[in-house]
Design a protein around this ligand. Structure first.
Ligand code: SF4
Length: 358
């Protein structure tokens, strides 16, 4: 379906309800189906910091579903390696919604998994995913310090066990993300572009984009997200791979982008990415998102005080360094290095202290 629907504004609950009532995506579905809502709760950080899906969007989806007679609804998520999903449910306001509407919150970190193959890859996927009849993917339109952006396609990484998340990083992320989307096919996507962080997955630098997007094709949604965040869609390797695998279609002159508030002037704000020169001192090889992201956040802080220019050694990080001897490393994977900071992943403030002390 070559259509994207956009609601502009700052009231996520109202905008979500308006989008759903306008498109009515579940009108032909049996009311007894099992529905899973998958937000992005990568870490325990409130939505206004730019890392996680606004709880008002999830509440809007639940109100819409209950109003249409659907009852078998659950929210499913597995936060990134090193953080607790349960803590994220609490900090991000999802526990209140769960109590208010009697909707269960499923922490996929405690789930068993099943194995599915796509081409040469075997993928471990949380079992709960296969108990669902209808999956609603609710990502953010957000920056990512390794893959540049994250939106619909990458949000499915929260549906795999932590061990598999680590393995995805050893495979360079892009291909396994594309292949995962060949196995799991969400029925509906509602993307949060209210105030995402355009640079970092864990948030902290939110920018007001004032929009929510509804679509059905994850490639199309991600192409839109890439453009908003200042990239050409095919600069994001996993978008191109997903397109090549036939998972969806890119933006084209045939794409209808429909602003549902026709009387409003649409907010077309786009981000221009800043060059992060201080990343040149990092040698990253198969690092987990939380680990790399914490290092980049630490370097950003140190860069503000001019310290990054003084480093003589490259800073190594990632699973590919396990067992290797080197000079300066971050995380348990670099435990054989001369100087290394333990942790899996180490916290940003610990990295700042460690690098400053050097
Ligand atoms: S130390 Fe290694 S395994 Fe642990 S989070 Fe960092 S890269 Fe991943």
């Amino acid at each position: 379906m070559d259509k994207l629907y956009i609601a502009n504004g700052q009231d996520p609950l109202r905008m979500t309800l308006d989008l759903l009532n306008r498109v009515n995506p579940l009108q032909n579905e049996d009311r007894n189906i099992s529905i899973g809502i998958k937000p992005n709760l990568v870490c325990a950080s409130p939505a206004e910091h730019g890392a996680t899906t606004h709880p008002e969007i999830i509440e809007g989806i639940i109100i819409y579903l209950l109003d249409k007679g659907f009852k078998n609804i659950r929210v499913i998520e597995g936060s990134w390696v090193g953080d607790s999903t349960k803590r994220a449910f609490k900090v991000c306001g999802y526990e209140e919604i769960s109590k208010k509407y009697n909707i269960p919150l499923i922490d996929l970190k405690g789930d068993s998994y099943v194995t599915r193959s796509y081409k040469e890859l075997e993928l471990k996927i949380c079992k709960t995913v296969f108990d669902l009849d209808y999956l609603i993917n609710v990502p953010l339109i957000k920056g990512h310090c390794q893959t540049k952006i994250t939106c619909a396609l990458k949000n499915l990484k929260g549906l795999i066990p932590d061990t598999e998340k680590r393995r995805f990083h050893t495979m360079g992320l892009h291909k396994p993300i594309a292949y995962l989307n060949a196995v799991i096919k969400p029925n509906l996507i509602i993307a949060d572009g209210i105030c995402p962080d355009p640079y970092f997955e864990e948030g902290g630098r939110p920018v007001n984009l004032n929009r929510i997007l509804l679509g059905f094709d994850p490639v199309l949604v991600d192409c839109y997200a890439a453009q908003v965040l200042g990239y050409k869609p095919y600069e994001i390797k996993y978008i191109r791979l997903a397109k090549d695998e036939g998972i969806g279609y890119p933006l084209s002159e045939n794409t209808a982008i429909i602003n549902i508030y026709e009387s409003h002037k649409p907010d077309d704000t786009k981000i221009t990415q800043k060059d992060k020169k201080y990343l040149k001192i990092v040698d990253e090889a198969d690092a987990c998102s939380a680990c790399y992201s914490n290092l980049v956040s630490a370097l950003e802080k140190l860069n503000a005080s001019g310290i990054t220019e003084k480093f003589a050694d490259q800073i190594c990080i990632g699973q590919a360094y396990r067992g290797y001897k080197g000079v300066l490393g971050i995380g348990n994977c670099t435990s054989c290095f001369e100087k290394h900071l333990p942790g899996c992943p180490p916290e940003t403030e610990d990295i700042v202290r460690f690098l400053k002390d050097l």
